[in-house]
Design a binder for this molecule. Structure first.
Ligand SMILES: Cc1cc2nc3c(=O)[nH]c(=O)nc-3n(C[C@H](O)[C@H](O)[C@H](O)COP(=O)(O)O)c2cc1C
Length: 192
């Protein structure tokens, strides 16, 4: 076992429902992880992408080991991170797999391109990031995947897609600043 892992004694049991409820309050940026090459491809919607380091450029994603994309990520050693823009809710929904669509069929209806690793990258994503698996930590139901960034492409669009309290939210800097200006109350001028 990794020497950084400690035995922890839990004083009171936290239920899965309570923990799920707590995590619903955490706003997450929505990405689609892609894996595979050619017709042997799959992908999944995630909110667990986090930056690990800038030098070298590296990120982390937490992947359920029951997900159909996991064996592909593990076997091929590469994956894509596609940070979705506010107009890509349909892509997010398709890659949750809730309509039963699997594998390459999930990619229908959107444009994809490839870079060095060959994994599909989503055209128009806020950022499409080509990654190589550097390390995997398998813990509980999930695998924590550390990815080294090989290449990336940014889109000029900046409105982002977030997920909070079980629903998708669009975050648009310009619109949200305008809305905040509408509702903000002017502060009284300080008396000198
Ligand atoms: C908003 C949202 C965020 C999700 N985030 C994650 C995540 O970070 N990690 C994960 O393993 N599954 C996550 N999921 C679930 C996967 O999208 C889903 O289990 C997977 O696509 C199903 O895969 P399969 O049908 O390919 O097995 C998330 C689902 C939704 C709707």
């Amino acid at each position: 076992m990794n020497s950084a892992v400690r035995d922890i004694s839990i004083l009171s049991e936290v239920s899965a429902d309570d923990f799920r409820g707590a995590m619903r309050r955490l706003t997450g940026g929505v990405s689609v992880i892609t894996a595979g090459r050619g017709k042997d491809i799959s992908g999944m919607t995630v909110t667990s992408v986090t930056s690990l380091s800038v030098e070298p450029p590296a990120l982390i994603v937490s992947v359920n080991r029951e997900a159909s994309s996991w064996p592909l990520i593990r076997r091929r050693g590469f994956f894509g991170v596609n940070i979705l823009n506010a107009d890509q809710i349909d892509v997010a929904e398709r890659f949750t797999g809730k309509d039963g669509v699997k594998g390459a069929a999930r990619f229908a209806g959107a444009d994809w391109f490839t870079r060095a690793s060959g994994v599909p990258l989503l055209a128009g994503a806020l950022a499409a990031i080509d990654c190589e698996v550097e390390e995997v930590v398998e813990r509980y139901s999930h695998a924590i995947v550390i990815g080294r960034v090989l290449d990336l492409q940014l889109s000029p669009r900046t409105a982002a897609l977030a997920y909070w309290q079980g629903q998708y939210l669009a975050i648009d800097r310009d619109e949200d600043i305008a809305r905040m200006a509408e509702v903000s109350v002017p502060l009284p001028r300080p008396r000198c």
